[in-house]
Design a protein around this ligand. Structure first.
Ligand SMILES: [Zn+2]
Length: 263
């Protein structure tokens, strides 16, 4: 699914919400195949490929994904600090940014995370933007699990958390995102005893750090055009993750999860 298509009659890129059913034919900006205009009442108006689906353009996008990128685009377009905004715009030869915007002179690619993207794909798209001098802001879709006292981040969330210095952004509305920090989560191991060849042994009764769970700590909601700054970041790695040199768009709020921030 995509929000834009090329109109065959004049080769102009049009948005689904402005396009008319009889104004086509429309074709895919990625593969050139014909697209069908879908104007429903529930789902955001969009273009869809006809089966069989062989094109990667707009693959894996959900109704929530379309809604988020349309809302981010519209909010940025109405913002005086933003001089250019493009929906589903190519960045280099290989990637398409969900929203590409020029915010106070900086080019920023806003990528709304698809649930099926891997950490490797996120890393590759981030590196691709860096090579072109475009800053990237990854925005995840709101996740109900974050409201609980423990959360098991997916692999790409862990990658973004590491890349963005302990923050992952979740879309709220318009150009407002809510940052989360994933803190360590401790589990209490119940005390117990058992017999080992006639000897009584004791165990448990202590806390241990969970490898699966994290404690989600919500930060202050942040507005993309006013609370973020462009940052060039060096390559970093842990035992399990590698972040290439990258240009990120990161919020300017001080860390809200450290001891200093809570007193
Ligand atoms: Zn296509």
């Amino acid at each position: 699914m995509s929000l834009t298509a090329i109109r065959s009659t004049d080769q102009i890129k049009v948005e689904a919400r402005q396009a008319q059913k009889d104004g086509g034919p429309y074709r895919c900006p990625g593969c050139g195949e014909g697209l069908t205009l879908k104007k429903g009442r529930v789902v955001t108006h969009h273009f869809a490929h006809r089966p069989p689906l062989t094109c990667a353009w707009g693959l894996g996008e959900s109704a929530e994904h379309l809604e988020a990128k349309m809302a981010i685009h519209d909010a940025l377009r109405a913002d005086p600090a933003v001089t250019e905004v493009r929906l589903e715009a190519p960045v280099g030869d290989v990637a398409v940014a969900d929203v590409l915007a020029r915010i106070r002179g900086q080019w920023v690619a806003i990528e709304v995370q698809r649930s099926d993207l891997t950490a490797e794909q996120v890393a590759r798209r981030t590196a691709n933007c860096h090579a072109l001098g475009v800053h990237v802001l990854w925005v995840a879709l709101a996740c109900p699990g974050l409201a609980g006292d423990r959360y098991s981040p997916r692999t790409w969330e862990k990658w973004l958390h590491f890349a963005c210095y302990g923050r992952v952004y979740y879309w709220s509305h318009g150009q407002v995102v809510v940052p989360y920090h994933f803190d360590e989560h401790t589990l209490y191991v119940e005390p117990r005893h058992w017999f080992d060849r006639g000897d009584l042994r004791y165990g448990g009764g202590y806390e241990r750090r969970s490898s699966r769970w994290r404690t989600p700590l919500q930060g202050r909601p942040a507005v993309i055009s006013s609370h973020f700054q462009a940052r060039r970041c060096p390559a970093r790695r842990t035992k399990t993750m590698a972040v290439p040199a990258c240009s990120l768009y990161i919020d300017r709020h001080p860390a809200w999860w450290t001891a200093a921030a809570t007193v």
